[in-house]
Write a protein that binds this ligand. Structure first.
Ligand SMILES: Nc1nc2c(ncn2[C@@H]2O[C@H](COP(=O)(O)OP(=O)(O)O)[C@@H](O)[C@H]2O)c(=O)[nH]1
Ligand SMILES: Nc1ncnc2c1ncn2[C@@H]1O[C@H](COP(=O)(O)OP(=O)(O)O)[C@@H](O)[C@H]1O
Length: 213
């Protein structure tokens, strides 16, 4: 009998809410040994970003081949670039019992929800919209028109919050990390998962006994 499948954890939310920051803090703490799902993207790499670690940086042609080959669990076009989740490693890791962590935007997360409804979908929300605007502005990567566009998009995305399992407000990074880790912890303790684990253990125990008899 295979070991219990890992959990698929999807962290999503509007641009600028702090997904990247919170994800980095979660991985730094590394409580649950999540495997991070590295996405493919057609956007240019930023200074300090590493190919295969932060993203797989690919051309548009290469990305379109991945789509044709059905190699992506989902993909979305976001601010002029493609972003997509390679499926193979996710499947392999979940089957091996490892938890897999995705950090993707809202359209993509909802597509994953349709394909893998057993996942745990967490919406990272800003404390309020004024604070969201300050974070986007403070990041210093966007002009005024883009900021306005991102705020309009955030408004639509916040309305999709009801399709998630949990909402975590990113007030302080440290608190958001704690809240997310405690969600994962309680998902691990759900009775059906514990029962699956115990069944796998019972199976292993008696199989060993049968072999030595
Ligand atoms: N749908 C989808 N979105 C992704 C994927 N990878 C990253 N994203 C999202 O794409 C958006 C833009 O990412 P990025 O260019 O790194 O800029 P950021 O705004 O600084 O995080 C963010 O909301 C990411 O969460 C993916 O594989 N699929
Ligand atoms: N809890 C927080 N409090 C204040 N600033 C934050 C918080 N979380 C993130 N930020 C800041 O907000 C900006 C956007 O964060 P980022 O992680 O890039 O967002 P996203 O990945 O969702 O687009 C960054 O400048 C980051 O330092």
């Amino acid at each position: 009998m295979a070991s219990t499948r890992g959990l698929l954890i999807v962290l999503s939310g509007p641009s600028g809410v702090g997904k990247g920051t919170v994800r980095a803090a979660i991985f730094k703490k590394n409580i649950f040994n999540y495997v991070y799902s590295v996405s493919a993207t057609t956007r240019e790499s930023r200074p300090g970003e590493q190919d295969g670690v932060d993203y797989y940086f690919v051309s548009r042609d290469e990305f379109e081949k991945l789509i044709e080959q059905d190699a992506l669990l989902e993909y979305a076009e976001y601010v002029g670039n493609y972003y997509g989740t390679p499926i193979q490693k996710i499947e392999e890791n979940l089957a091996a019992g490892n938890d897999v962590f995705l950090e993707i935007e809202v359209q993509g997360a909802l597509k994953v929800r349709q394909k893998m409804p057993e996942g745990i979908f967490i919406f990272l929300a800003p404390p309020n919209l004024q604070e969201l605007e300050s974070r986007i502005t403070g990041r210093g990567t966007d002009g005024e028109a883009i900021i306005y566009e991102r705020m309009q998009k955030a408004r639509e995305e916040i309305e999709l919050m009801q399709h998630y399992d949990y909402v975590v407000v990113n007030d302080e990074v440290e608190f958001a990390v704690e809240k997310i880790n405690s969600i994962i912890q309680s998902e691990h303790l759900k009775v059906e998962r514990v029962v699956d684990k115990i069944k796998a253990d019972i199976h292993k125990y008696f199989q060993k006994g049968d072999e030595s008899r």
